[in-house]
Design a protein around this ligand. Structure first.
Ligand SMILES: [Zn+2]
Length: 366
């Protein structure tokens, strides 16, 4: 039986009740809200999303040069500056889809000229460019807060114990490269007593990664599906098994049924799927009771559209179009992310009302 997760305290003298730091407290308050809203029904979630999107559109129209013409074509200037009372789903669906090449071309014109100070500090992130021209996105501390809260929720759904160690074999940035080079670890479960997360560069030779993983003796492995397949295939050839591993978490690329089956067959381990991109953060995470995923509806509007830009119905596959609800630095309104997915059933037996998607596939963006 899994041990209960314990809040991190900011001072070892304050062990009961636990006293979170200000930063941890923000994440934990968001975590509480997400644990409540995830059971709202679809109608209530969409109404709350539209309310939040009204403010985003208002802000984008007023302060983002790129959206001046784009939003005026949908609603008059007076409507665009007074949407907080009445953005409807029909009005929303008139806004043109934002393509990746438009984001590349627009550059700084997609950035707000007046970001409220509550969004500081502003950070940047770039896509790898493996599925098209690299896209550079500006985000804020608010996006970071939602990333931590959504990741906490996604990990909780997998049933992992926050106090256990995790290995992350991934594409490294400057910060994680330094950690990897120095063999240093950082906590991975925000706001909680957390096990260490060790980083390894996914571009290292597979034999190096296997040897590194053997040494870390972690309980959990997070990596991309393609990296996982390489590890499984090569470790089988070398007749190596990882005795301490109990959970695999895949992210960064769409996870196929074949990879799940391979992991089950060779390692007898379940794979948990987290769907994320650099542009939008965590988009969806695997349901605790099924292989399909629930979208993170509190931080993103996720639409699945057919070739006529009409919403797909359960069982139909279409293009994934996302709108981060809280990115007031560089609003991405109806951004076509370059993936396809199938719309799941409207109601999940787990009791969560968050929309269901499945069978994500990466496609070359138009
Ligand atoms: Zn579910």
């Amino acid at each position: 039986m899994a041990k209960p997760n314990v809040f991190r305290t900011c001072d070892t003298a304050l062990i009961w009740p636990r006293m979170p730091s200000a930063g941890d407290a923000s994440i934990l308050v968001m975590d509480i809200q997400l644990s409540q809203s995830q059971s709202y029904d679809a109608e209530r979630l969409q109404a709350l999303q539209l309310n939040q999107l009204s403010g985003l559109i208002d802000h984008a129209f007023a302060t983002v040069p790129f959206y001046r013409d784009r939003l005026t074509s949908v609603c008059t200037a007076s409507e665009a500056t007074n949407l907080t009372t009445g953005l409807t789903i029909d009005m929303w669906r008139q806004i043109p889809i934002l393509k990746r090449d438009e984001v590349v071309k627009a550059g700084a014109k997609l950035q707000s000229t007046a970001v409220p100070s509550s969004f500081d500090p502003i950070t940047g992130a770039s896509t790898s460019g493996t599925t098209g021209d690299p896209v550079t996105i500006k985000k804020s501390s608010v996006d970071q807060l939602f990333f931590h809260a959504n990741r906490l929720r996604a990990h909780r759904w997998t049933g992992v114990e926050f106090s256990k160690p995790m290995a992350n074999i991934t594409v490294l940035n400057a910060h994680t490269k330094k950690l990897a080079d120095q063999n240093k670890a950082v906590p991975w479960a925000a706001g909680h007593v957390s096990g260490p997360m060790y980083y390894c560069d996914t571009n290292r030779p597979v034999d190096d990664k296997i040897d590194w993983l053997l040494k870390t003796k972690v309980a959990y492995l997070m990596t991309s599906p393609s990296s996982l397949r390489d590890l499984i295939t090569r470790s089988k050839a070398r007749n190596i098994s990882f005795e301490t591993l109990s959970h695999i978490i895949c992210t960064g690329e769409p996870l196929s049924g074949d990879t799940r089956a391979l992991c089950d067959e060779e390692w007898s381990l379940p794979v948990w799927d987290i769907y994320s991109t650099q542009e939008a953060g965590i988009i969806a995470a695997q349901c605790p009771d099924h292989e399909h995923l629930h979208t993170m509806a509190e931080s993103l509007m996720v639409e699945v559209l057919d070739n006529n830009d009409t919403p797909c119905q359960p069982g139909q596959t279409g293009r994934v179009v996302v709108t981060p609800l809280q990115n007031f630095v560089m609003p991405l309104i109806r951004y076509e992310i370059g993936d396809q997915t199938e719309v799941g059933e409207a109601v999940c037996s787990c009791g969560r009302g968050l929309p269901v998607i499945k069978h994500i596939q990466r496609v070359t963006p138009s």
